[in-house]
Design a protein around this ligand. Structure first.
Ligand code: ZN
Length: 76
């Protein structure tokens, strides 16, 4: 598994073994460490609940992707 310079914690740590789904999947795999991704996995359902997101709707999926990019400090 490759080391990545994580855009969130700014440390060089092991990255994800597989590319997550979504349009930022490749970015996440190359720029987010396992730990920060794990934190996002905890935060994500709270965001979905907080905003009442329906992931069957493209605009809601877009909103979640945006929230993820901000949380992980992705350069998008
Ligand atoms: Zn990190």
């Amino acid at each position: 598994m490759a080391l990545v310079l994580c855009s969130r914690c700014l440390q060089t740590k092991p990255g994800l073994e597989t590319k997550p789904p979504g349009k930022y999947g490749a970015l996440v795999q190359h720029q987010v460490c396992q730990e920060c991704w794990g934190e996002w996995m905890v935060v994500m359902p709270r965001i979905i609940n907080h905003y009442g997101l329906n992931l069957g709707l493209p605009e809601d999926r877009q909103q979640l992707q945006q929230a993820m990019a901000e949380y992980l400090n992705l350069p998008v």
